[in-house]
Design a protein. Structure first.
Length: 195
């Protein structure tokens, strides 16, 4: 989904979710993207259904699917990213990792990978243990892709925090944390572009 009323505005891309329906991870990501949009950015989200269309990354493939090309081309246009992953067995989910692996397609670009791009991070898990290790894994991956993780990352325990279909949550502190991520990527994007 892309915002059309901000056609010339810089783009923040959201990557995250799970396969099998709209998840807490996607709802959290949407809240952060909405905050970036309120700062004057266009947004585009690649949720679980979008990532499910990406085949397993094959570095030796000579052709890419339409969905792979759309994903990579959209990230190429981005001024900032927000990545949200559920914590599966102490780390990021396979579909999120697969999408990030596909960014190898940008290795020879003028701006390779996520070079100098601010990247907001969100981890959701049913309990606290996996949230910390998932954020740490995401930070490590973003560094490897030459991006700048924003200073604040949101760790959300879905045992305690519930999201609704209207974009709300039972925890106002979590809503503020997710909004802060959107504001931070919006604030740092022009700095990265000027650098």
């Amino acid at each position: 989904m892309t915002d059309t009323n901000l056609a010339d505005a810089p783009l923040v891309v959201g990557i995250g979710g799970t396969i099998g329906g709209v998840s807490s991870t996607e709802r959290a990501l949407r809240i952060a993207l909405d905050a970036a949009r309120r700062e004057g950015f266009r947004t585009r989200m690649f949720g679980g259904a979008d990532m499910a269309r990406l085949p397993l990354y094959d570095p030796k493939a000579t052709e890419r699917t339409e969905h792979e090309r759309d994903f990579v081309d959209t990230v190429r246009q981005a001024s900032a990213l927000i990545i949200a992953s559920p914590g599966y067995h102490g780390s990021i989910s396979g579909v999120v990792k697969n999408a990030l692996d596909l960014l190898e397609e940008t290795a020879k670009d003028t701006r390779p990978y996520l070079a100098d791009m601010p990247v907001g991070l969100i981890a959701t898990a049913y309990g606290w243990q996996a949230t910390g290790s998932t954020i740490a894994a995401l930070r490590s991956i973003v560094h490897a892709l030459r991006g700048w993780p924003t200073p604040f990352a949101a760790a959300i325990n879905t045992q305690l925090t519930k999201f609704d279909e209207e974009g709300g949550s039972n925890d106002s502190a979590v809503l503020e944390q997710l909004s802060l991520i959107g504001r931070q990527v919006a604030r740092f994007a022009p700095i990265a572009q000027d650098g």
